[in-house]
Design a protein around this ligand. Structure first.
Ligand code: CAA
Length: 387
């Protein structure tokens, strides 16, 4: 087993770290406060190849591997998880699925625009009445009589980057009687007639990433913009989420790393009872447990990235690897951020320090792209073979 990074992996880690520290960290609190979408930074990240890390240069991306993607996500999210959320949706949820299931024309048109950061992508699966039980969606797509297009009527909620997205991957049922096997995937251009944005969600954390409802009414989607085969949509949605969950695990590691480093510095500098608080055993115990959980989360996430890379050669599934990484890393991030607030005492509760932001941002990693409960269900179902 060799943990050495390749030259390309090292390079993308350095690029992301440098950008995160110089361009994101100084403005992260400001964006969190205002909730403004960091469009200018996202465009710059696109220029650096961070919006399509696994996309080949033929479609405008950086042409690197999943480990490179994880390393870059950790660096960006250590500076600001909201920038990381936008980055992960463009990379994992938008580009990944089209690279895997899309036609050459779809890759040229949709992947290029998003991987370069010129446009923003989004993924529309969740509906007001269906979150964890995603296959029970009510959105419908009906093929026109001449077979040239689908007419889509859909209502989707919690659409990350929805207010700024130009293109979306959207799931709707083309055969409601067939349940999960009747769902199809579509590429949606938000500038076409019939696309509407709804209310923007005010959120606890990742506040600079915008989230809204969307609605499609009698939206005409050309048949060539269906992604994959009719009825294959649910499998596309799930396999895209397999990869997406590795990105969220990386996001959790980034937040946990930032919370840990802030705590380490504070433990060394802050004095109480005439000594640095880091000399007290109760603080030492926190530091040791934070560091151990952080590194365990990092390893599980990198291992999932490696499993995805192997699966790309063999066609095997890496579902459980991604679920375990997301489950463990998100819960580790929440626990580490919680300890960080406690270790900072009153300052941990103050907006003068970034730890309260890490605490708020960590929470979403236990919820989106499948809650911790869903990850446990996926892991246990696969391991036991029982349902
Ligand atoms: N890869 C490929 N195929 C898969 C799959 C996977 N990972 N998981 C399931 N499938 C297939 C199954 O093999 C099955 O196929 P067959 O009918 O041919 O046998 C089909 O899909 C249906 O599978 P299940 O019966 O297991 O489906 P289910 O209804 O019981 O649901 C679930 C399973 C795991 C609960 C799934 O619904 C799920 O993951 N729910 C959580 C949804 C989620 O993560 N939502 C996040 C929204 S996106 C978001 O948060 C993004 C954002 O904005 C940042």
């Amino acid at each position: 087993m060799d943990f050495t990074l390749t030259e390309e992996q090292q390079m993308i880690q350095d690029t992301a770290r440098e950008f995160a520290r110089s361009e994101i960290a100084p403005v992260a609190a400001e964006f969190d406060d205002s909730g403004e979408f960091p469009l200018e930074n996202i465009r710059k990240m696109g220029e650096l190849g961070l919006m399509g890390i696994e996309v080949s240069d033929e479609y405008g991306g950086a042409g690197l591997d999943t480990i490179g993607y994880v390393l870059a996500m950790i660096e960006i999210c250590a500076a600001d998880a909201a920038h990381g959320t936008i980055m992960s949706v463009n990379n994992s949820l938008f580009c990944n699925g089209i690279l895997k299931y899309g036609s050459e024309e779809q890759k040229q048109k949709y992947v290029r625009a998003i991987a370069t950061g010129e446009e923003i992508g989004a993924y529309a699966l969740t509906e007001p009445q269906s979150g964890s039980d995603a296959s029970t969606m009510k959105s419908r797509a009906t093929l026109s009589e001449d077979g040239s297009h689908y007419i889509i009527n859909a209502r989707k909620s919690w659409i990350t980057s929805g207010p700024y997205a130009r293109y979306l991957v959207l799931f709707a049922s083309t055969d409601p009687d067939a349940g999960a096997r009747g769902i199809s995937a579509f590429l949606i251009d938000t500038e076409r007639d019939g696309f509407h944005r709804g209310k923007t969600e005010p959120k606890l954390g990742i506040r600079a990433s915008a989230t809204c409802e969307i609605e499609l009414t009698e939206y005409k989607c050309p048949v060539e913009d269906r992604l994959g085969e009719a009825g294959q949509g649910f499998k596309i949605a799930m396999s895209v989420l397999d990869a997406g969950r590795i990105g969220i695990a990386a996001q959790a590691v980034g937040i946990a790393q930032a919370a840990y480093e802030a705590s380490l510095n504070y433990a060394r500098e802050r004095k109480a009872f005439g000594r640095e608080i880091g000399t007290f055993q109760m603080i030492q115990s926190k530091i040791a447990d934070m560091k151990t959980r952080l590194e365990a989360a990092r390893l599980l996430t990198l291992r999932a990235a490696w499993a995805k890379m192997q699966a790309e050669k063999t066609g095997a599934r890496f579902t459980v690897d991604g679920s375990m990484a997301k489950l463990f890393a998100s819960e580790a991030a929440m626990w580490i951020a919680h300890q960080a607030v406690q270790l900072h005492g009153g300052m941990g509760y103050s907006k003068e320090m970034p730890v309260e932001r890490y605490f708020r941002d960590a929470k979403i990693t236990e919820i989106y792209e499948g809650t911790s409960e869903i990850q446990r269900m996926v892991i246990a179902r696969t391991e036991t073979g029982l349902r």
